[in-house]
Design a protein around this ligand. Sequence first.
Ligand SMILES: [Fe+2]
Length: 297
Amino acid sequence: MLVTWSTQLLTNETYVEYSLWNGTFSLRENATMSKFIDGSSAHRVLYMYRATLKNLTMDTVYMYHVGSPAGLSAKYSFRTILDENRKSFAVYGDLGVVNAQSLARLQRDAQLDYYDAILHVGDFAYDMDADESRVGDQFMNEIQEIAAYVPYMVAPGNHERAYNFSNYKSRFSMPSNGDGENLWYSYNFGLAHIISFSTEVYFWWEFGFAQIANQYRWLEQDLQWATAPENRTKYPWIITMGHQPMYCSNANQDDCTFYDSRPRSGLPYIHTFGLEKLFYDYGVDLELWAHEHSYER
Ligand SMILES: [Fe+2]
């Protein structure tokens, strides 16, 4: 289990202390620190800490807190995954600091252990970089009452694009088997192979064309792995999540209202790196999208 947190002042000797629920915080894992500098002219600094708790037993409740000799957080808990295939997810996108209508329900359900993981398919806070990234701080404090209990898995949306997605890249900790900065990655969970990717590479070219091809090639390789017979037998469901959908029936002239939407057909006019054919060829079972603020399936 990987725990991520941040402070505004640098703390030394920073760690997670943990144990079984009825234990005494007898285990400790030291954290690594990275510095986040907000992209605005204020250059506000946050210190991001990460620690991975190892040798955990399946289907077991642990308690933990984070901090340093200067002070500790509240006590939180998580349950490690069950040694069985049934898994329960909450899936959503587009959750802001203001008008977060699902927040209380999600916090309550997460604390009641209803979910094995949360999948947040892009667009956070509106926007994390606002007010010198203080809106990002506020958002992370709100979802802490979810994410401190349950793995919180993310994909980038258009609202994360400021300063080349720096808040998004710095505040979350996703598997490192993709680009290494949370933009694309995959993992196995129960019977599913879950792939998170960035639809935003098709829209914000100022951050480089190369990442369109890099992501596409990685997706192809990852799908080759997932569809190898021995892996597909173990993880028969292939699930993708990306923010801006290939299709939608909204009448708002967004990209998905056009036949040749970018994630579907790839780059305009030349139609390269489109994902519809790729996902179809490799038998992706379920694609999760967000962005349109409407429910369609
Ligand atoms: Fe969006």
